[in-house]
Write a protein that binds this ligand. Structure first.
Ligand code: ARG
Length: 371
């Protein structure tokens, strides 16, 4: 059945086929969460966010929402159906029998929470305590899709316990230093332990039959094994990027644009032995252009490499952040039509154009790109 705006259908097998229906996050009530082992190791050591927490300043929330609303409107004008989450009260603590944290996070990057694979949307385990309940913001939509599409599979991965046993104590010291961090990530010694399966949805890239998953701070090997058992018809491949001292979420590191073409962050190169899999199957991996900025905006978790965090609308059309002139130029040279989208003032809320969305429907079927 082809897509029609009048019925709800959930289906998306990859990152590039024509996008018809998407969720765009919201910045409402977003908080900088208090310290917790999960998050602490991931806040850059020189970040202006260290040591402070609480609700983000209202004017920054309003500005981020303005940009997210404009992005949603632009997508709607192009015929894409756009849904939005329902924020909960993020000032409330998150408490389970196993942990307590004094506030939550927000619902800006849906990509971190929701993994769409074919007719299924899977709620990730998550790995930060402050994001444990974030799936609730998407439940009204999941319920609606479930009522309206008989083929929709709504799944949730086992909620993790997130006790201290989930985190390596070595990572919790105040100053580790970049050199040691790089050594540790090269050795695949990450903040999360192998206590129980952990993954964030944004560590997964969908290439039809192949799911490419970053092993790092937010996803452990058991999380990858859990995905392998959960999607028995897929090939689930672990990748890692030794050049990244804070390996969280794959989408500012490795960005497929269309069948056969991937951008790779030049500071976080995929190791040769992992590259071979792509090259053998005629996929070209090119270095992404440099970011246009030297520093991230204030109170931002991410690096300047959100420049390559793009949303592909179809194999010829891509949304790039409007200030990222070098990235836009590179896209143009690669034969893509570029839609500039202003989003930089929303980066602090959890990410860029790919992060702030989650697929509901793209054309196309499950293909094997690595036969
Ligand atoms: N780790 C990335 C960087 O700072 C940011 C990734 C953000 N992605 C996301 N889905 N929230 O370079």
């Amino acid at each position: 059945m082809n897509w029609s705006p009048d019925t709800t259908q959930v289906k998306s097998w990859n990152e590039w086929d024509t996008l018809r229906h998407v969720i765009v996050g919201k910045a409402d009530d977003c908080h900088i969460p208090p310290e917790e082992p999960a998050l602490d190791a991931k806040v850059p050591e020189d970040s202006d966010m260290r040591g402070q927490w609480g609700r983000r300043p209202q004017e920054t929330i309003d500005r981020a929402n303005e940009l997210l609303d404009n992005f949603a409107d632009m997508l709607r004008k192009r015929g894409v159906r756009v849904d939005r989450p329902t924020p909960t009260d993020f000032s409330l603590p998150a408490t389970t029998p196993d942990f307590h944290t004094d506030s939550q996070f927000g619902c800006m990057p849906p990509r971190d929470v929701l993994l769409t694979v074919g007719h299924e949307i899977l709620e990730a385990t998550m790995s930060y305590r402050c994001r444990w309940f974030e799936y609730l913001c998407y439940r009204p939509l999941m319920q609606q899709y479930w009522e309206e599409d008989v083929n929709f599979r709504h799944e949730a991965a086992p909620k993790p316990r997130l006790t201290d046993a989930d985190y390596h104590a070595d990572y919790l010291s105040e100053k580790i230093g970049i050199e040691k961090r790089l050594k540790w990530t090269a050795e695949k010694f990450f903040v999360t332990t192998e206590e129980e399966p952990l993954f964030d949805a944004a560590d997964v890239l969908r290439f039809g039959k192949d799911l490419i998953v970053q092993h790092g701070f937010t996803t452990n090997m058991k999380g990858i094994e859990w995905l392998r058992r959960h999607f028995p018809d897929h090939r689930v491949r672990a990748v890692n990027f030794p050049g990244d001292p804070y390996p969280i979420h794959i989408d500012a590191t490795f960005t497929p644009l269309r069948p056969g073409l991937i951008l790779n962050n030049p500071n976080r190169r995929l190791p040769d032995e992992q590259r071979a899999y792509f090259n053998k199957n005629d996929w070209e991996i090119v270095d992404a252009a440099q970011p246009a900025h030297n520093t991230p905006p204030p109170l931002c978790y991410s690096s300047t490499w959100l420049s390559m965090n793009v949303l592909v609308l179809d194999p010829k059309t891509v949304c790039v952040e409007a200030s990222e002139v070098y990235q836009m130029e590179q896209m143009d040279k690669l034969g893509m039509e570029v839609i500039p989208v202003e989003l930089r003032d929303a980066y602090a809320f959890g990410g860029g154009l790919h992060c702030c969305t989650a697929d509901v429907y793209r054309d196309g079927d499950c293909e094997d790109y690595f036969p």
